[in-house]
Design a protein. Structure first.
Length: 189
């Protein structure tokens, strides 16, 4: 389910916006955490977005969402965005705990080789967004290679140690794109 993240988690909305064509989003940048919190390392993307919201004050131009395992239901949230940062567990063949960042300049390249457990859903979302003209101007993927994707809420130690790294990479990407983030007071954490 979709959940806006604003420093701490709020209740989930009862419904998503109706229809595939919707009004452009108010915030030009979207940080989208993807994953399943019930499958260990599979929830790394969501945990990294939660960490981002805990460590940084997000400006009004940036929206952070827990996209969970939703697929086409995410399409309305892409409309009008200039920047989409996907945060997820990814399979690259690298050792577990390897953090990757890649710009998806040609989103069709994202469809050729499956690197994320959610790629089929995201491939569909991005394909339909391209068809409807709602594809964000830039798409960046920040991910970590998972170690374990077994039933359980805990991340493996290798992945848990990378959550702050991923959050800081998202913050750096947002800042480089013109959306500077202010670091929250560490004493308040």
């Amino acid at each position: 389910m979709r959940q806006s993240i604003s420093g701490n988690l709020t209740g989930r909305p009862a419904t998503l916006p109706a229809g595939l064509f919707c009004e452009p989003a108010a915030a030009p940048a979207l940080v989208l955490g993807i994953g399943n919190l019930l499958l260990g390392d599979e929830g790394a993307g969501i945990r990294a977005v939660e960490e981002l919201a805990a460590r940084y004050a997000l400006p009004p131009e940036v929206e952070a969402i827990d996209g969970g395992t939703m697929g086409l239901e995410l399409l309305p949230y892409l409309a009008g965005r200039k920047l989409l940062i996907l945060v997820d567990a990814v399979r690259t063949g690298a050792p577990p705990g390897t953090v990757v960042q890649m710009e998806l300049a040609d989103s069709s390249g994202f469809f050729r080789e499956k690197i994320s457990p959610h790629q089929i859903g995201m491939a569909e979302v991005l394909s339909v967004a391209a068809f409807t003209g709602d594809l964000p101007g830039r798409i960046v993927l920040i991910g970590v290679v998972p170690k374990e994707m077994a039933t359980g809420l805990a991340l493996s130690p290798e992945i848990a140690s990378k959550i702050v790294v991923m959050a800081d990479m998202v913050a750096a990407e947002l800042t480089a794109a013109g959306f500077p983030l202010a670091r929250r007071d560490p004493a308040a954490e």
